[in-house]
Ligand binder design. Structure first.
Ligand code: KIV
Length: 275
């Protein structure tokens, strides 16, 4: 059955955990969907893990649409959420609605996600009023990496913790259907989750959140540029891939691939006439 924003709320109400993973292409989305993952995030982390940028700043709306549409084609049941990239919503409410509309129309996703708290509440309200579900994103918001001065745990002081709770309540009031909490102390994330009615989806925010999200290449150990403390490796796929690539290289060079079973036949009499 297709997961929707209503499914998210019903799962929180029933105290059932929500599973979410990123995906950036059709085949991965299909595998995650078949595994029963509730929601797939086409994160702007694609800038780092698919496109090789140092951060998410250069990612464009076109990038998100290109990958988002592929994921949506592969996800039969999972709710597909597509990130709004840097500067596609910050400058004005108008930009936010137009770009959210383009992402929805051109990808066939079920919702968009944007980063920020009080400063983007007008955008969340306007996008929601255009019947586009919005997931908010608080705590460590990678699009603000230059303002934060690096990847740091957020909400550690009393003032910052109070602000995070206030912002979670504000994005809920603005109409967000869920909120991602990234790199937030576990006890604070639990308190936030208990303070609002909409589901919280944690990444580096402990088990007290209503659901969890991870970047799939991190949890499969396929991405080695950096590994945050909160990532658990569920399979050493990177090692398996590297070995398979090396085995292929050897097989091509020693002539053992392709073997007879990988080739197509033709009548010898035809070949003889060609000499
Ligand atoms: O872009 C992304 O993958 C994200 C997750 C880290 C939540 O926003």
């Amino acid at each position: 059955m297709k997961n929707t924003v209503t499914t998210f709320q019903e799962m929180k109400n029933r105290n059932e955990k929500i599973s979410m993973l990123t995906a950036y292409d059709y085949s991965t989305a299909k595998l995650e969907d078949e595994a029963g993952i509730n929601a797939i995030l086409v994160g702007d982390s694609l800038g780092n893990v698919m496109l090789g940028y140092e951060d998410t700043i250069p990612v464009t709306v076109e990038d998100m649409i290109h990958h988002g549409a592929a994921v949506a084609r592969g996800a039969k049941n999972a709710l597909v959420v597509v990130d709004m990239p840097f500067m596609s919503y910050q400058a004005s409410v108008y930009d936010a609605v137009v770009n959210a509309g383009r992402i929805m129309k051109e990808t066939h996703c079920g919702a968009v996600k944007l980063e920020g708290g009080l400063e983007v509440c007008p955008q969340i309200e306007a996008i929601t009023n255009a019947s586009i579900p919005v997931m908010a994103h608080l705590g460590l918001t990678p699009q603000s990496i230059n303002a934060f001065g690096g990847f740091k745990v957020q909400g550690k002081t009393e003032a910052a913790a109070k602000k995070l709770i206030e912002e979670a309540k504000a994005v809920e009031k603005a109409g967000a259907f869920a909120v991602t909490l990234e790199c937030v102390p576990a006890k604070l994330a639990k308190l936030v989750s208990e303070s609002i009615h909409i589901p919280t989806i944690g990444i580096g925010a402990g088990a007290g959140c209503d659901g969890q999200v991870l970047v799939y290449v991190d949890m499969l150990s396929m991405f080695s540029d950096f590994r945050p403390k909160f990532v658990r490796s569920f399979a050493e796929v990177g090692t398996v891939m590297r070995q398979a690539f090396a085995d292929y290289d050897t097989a091509v060079k020693d002539g053992s691939f392709p073997a007879a079973e990988h080739t197509y036949k033709i009548d010898d009499s035809i070949i003889e006439k060609l000499y």
